[in-house]
Design a protein around this ligand. Structure first.
Ligand code: SF4
Length: 125
């Protein structure tokens, strides 16, 4: 099976033709540098994504606090991660960049806040 991918590792955006057999990359063409092959292998065999979402806030000046993982996580873990995030609440003031969940889902990534949120009952930072 041949799959077409656009390499996103640099602005050139090479069109890659990726030969796949039994979920493994056996051939890559169209890449202008070795990064293209690395990208294709990662994208086919273990696709990773930064997770961005929001966590429900209680008693803060935001209703939802935006968060993201500080590194990409496996795509197949996205649903589990979203379900975990849905169950979480933020009840105290948080600063931008603050870690809200260390080693999130034991994936060796942290979940961090991307926008400051302040408690309505505490003074602002
Ligand atoms: S294959 Fe290399 S040159 Fe082409 S888009 Fe990817 S990183 Fe850029």
């Amino acid at each position: 099976m041949i799959k077409k991918l656009t390499c996103i590792e640099c602005p050139k955006g090479c069109m890659l033709s990726v030969g796949i057999k039994k979920s493994r990359v056996i051939e890559v063409s169209g890449n202008e540098c070795p990064e293209g092959r690395t990208y294709a292998v990662s994208e086919i065999e273990n696709p990773l994504r930064i997770l961005t979402s929001t966590i429900l806030a209680e008693g803060l000046d935001l209703k939802m606090v935006p968060v993201r993982t500080d590194r990409p996580i496996p795509k197949f873990k996205m649903l589990e991660a979203m379900n975990k995030i849905k169950s979480m609440r933020i009840k105290k003031s948080v600063r931008q960049g603050e870690v809200i969940a260390e080693n999130f889902l034991a994936l060796n990534v942290n979940l961090i806040v991307t926008r400051e949120a302040c408690s309505r009952s505490e003074p602002k930072f």
